[in-house]
Design a protein around this ligand. Structure first.
Ligand code: SF4
Ligand code: SF4
Length: 452
């Protein structure tokens, strides 16, 4: 039956899913933390400018960082209390940022619907409200939403990304299963803004309840498209190819083929921002891993430290590895003193026994990485180029098109962490630096999963 399902054509891998631990766990609120460290840079673009000082009292949703120009995003307090510190911190994606530390004091706010007749707002008013609420793409890209949903040309299709193809992560699955009516309202808001002719939601076929609930509550606003479960189905270009049979050319953006892609969590944030006038200061996070006593899908306040969240979920033993996001495209954390941000969809922890550090062996030219690459690149050849410090040749054969999905590393029998070399090489090309391989920061080989 799978053969009949839609899916991207080129490459990809079948991963062990590990979603069973949390896929049926209902969304619950994480305990309100006693303090939060809220980064001013949680998005692509310029960091927000702090508008509070140490000693200031804030409420839940108070603006604490004002966007610096249009390519930026507002930042709001996620708890009521007092500003007790301003400093520097590393985000989960290792990006350095100023942060504002707030100590909890006061009462939690109950948000009520203020704008049930939101359809009286103009398209520009809706975008302005989304901008003021500090909404960014919550699938990981963190692109400011008011810019993404204002494409320079009219679009044909709004494509909702419900694939959630990363192992362990289940927040979008739960949102689609539990909040289908609210999501439909969020989709209607985007429909008014973008005026697309067609709206599709692409969902991997391992999310049976989500597909049922979305179909049941569609009210003919959108069409649900079940997709073959294959990684990386949730990549924007892969999703467009799978649902619309349209290939986005190298270097082009989806709007150039008439498509805007929206993430499920982002749509839910838009729903809350427009109907409740609630800024984006909390998000859903899957906390998972065999050593977590209370794994689940938690509504977590932005700025909550990973340490505090894991303390609330309780671990049986100390973790040997903490990943923010999923194990394929997420970020290993050097410390648990790192805050949850608008882009954090999951925290996955592993024990020492679960992770296998394998020494990289020489490439045996088996070609499996080429077969797995969803972009159609030659990972082994790019790796060879990078090995001899020839970044320009790697660039010529498509290094910049690499979506850093890690499918090649996963499949490589020599355990070469190809994606890490590509990430470093891309960064160096951006900075116009030429480094020899032994100077490219090495990451210990982490073999995710057992099935190949
Ligand atoms: S999968 Fe690994 S060993 Fe095989 S060709 Fe690619 S890099 Fe070489
Ligand atoms: S990480 Fe890059 S090269 Fe490797 S499979 Fe993904 S897109 Fe292809």
């Amino acid at each position: 039956m799978n053969l009949l399902k839609k899916g991207f054509k080129r490459g990809g891998v079948k991963l062990p899913e590990h979603k069973e631990t949390t896929e049926h766990k209902k969304i619950i609120n994480a305990p309100v933390p006693k303090r939060v460290k809220i980064p001013l840079q949680q998005h692509i673009g310029k960091p927000a400018i702090p508008v509070v000082q140490i000693g200031d009292e804030v409420k839940e949703g108070t603006l604490i960082g004002k966007m610096d120009g249009d390519f930026s995003a507002n930042i709001h307090s996620s708890i009521p209390g007092k500003v007790i510190g301003i400093g520097d911190i590393y985000n989960p994606n290792a990006q350095k940022s100023r942060y504002i530390e707030i100590e909890f004091k006061g009462n939690i706010k109950y948000w009520e619907i203020k704008n049930s007749k939101w359809d009286l707002f103009s398209k520009d008013e809706l975008l302005e409200r989304i901008k003021n609420a500090g909404i960014v793409g919550m699938g990981g890209a963190t692109f400011p939403a008011h810019m993404k949903y204002k494409p320079p040309v009219p679009i044909e299709t709004l494509l909702i990304n419900g694939a959630e193809c990363e192992p362990f992560l289940t927040v979008d699955d739960r949102l689609m299963s539990e909040k289908a009516v609210e999501l439909r309202e969020g989709i209607r808001i985007l429909k008014k803004i973008l005026n697309p002719k067609k709206i599709f939601i692409g969902v991997e076929d391992n999310k049976i309840e989500a597909i049922e609930m979305l179909e049941k509550n569609s009210a003919n606003e959108y069409e649900v498209v079940p997709l073959r479960t294959r990684y990386p189905q949730g990549g924007e270009k892969q999703l467009i190819e799978a649902v619309l049979k349209v290939e986005v050319p190298s270097g082009a953006l989806p709007f150039q083929v008439g498509v805007v892609v929206a993430n499920i969590s982002t749509i839910y944030a838009i729903y809350e921002a427009i109907l409740f006038e609630k800024p984006l200061y909390e998000r859903l996070v899957t906390v998972s891993g065999q050593i977590v006593k209370w794994p689940g899908n938690y509504k977590v306040r932005i700025g909550t430290l990973i340490h505090d969240l894991l303390h609330d979920c309780q671990l049986f033993i100390n973790p040997a590895k903490i990943i923010s996001g999923g194990p394929m495209m997420g970020y290993s954390q050097l410390t648990d003193d790192t805050p949850i941000t608008k882009g954090t969809s999951g925290i996955v922890v592993f024990s020492k026994e679960e992770i296998k550090f394998k020494k990289e062996k020489p490439c045996i030219r088996c070609g499996r990485c080429m077969q797995a690459c969803p972009v159609g690149l030659f990972p082994n050849i790019m790796y060879n180029n990078i090995s001899i410090n020839d970044l320009q040749s790697a660039e010529k054969i498509g290094l910049k098109d690499c979506i850093e999905c890690g499918a090649c590393s996963f499949i490589c029998p020599s355990k070469i962490q190809l994606v890490n070399y590509f990430k470093s090489a891309k960064l160096n090309l951006k900075r116009n630096i030429s480094l020899s391989l032994n100077k490219i920061p090495r990451v210990k080989g982490f073999e995710y999963g057992k099935e190949k």
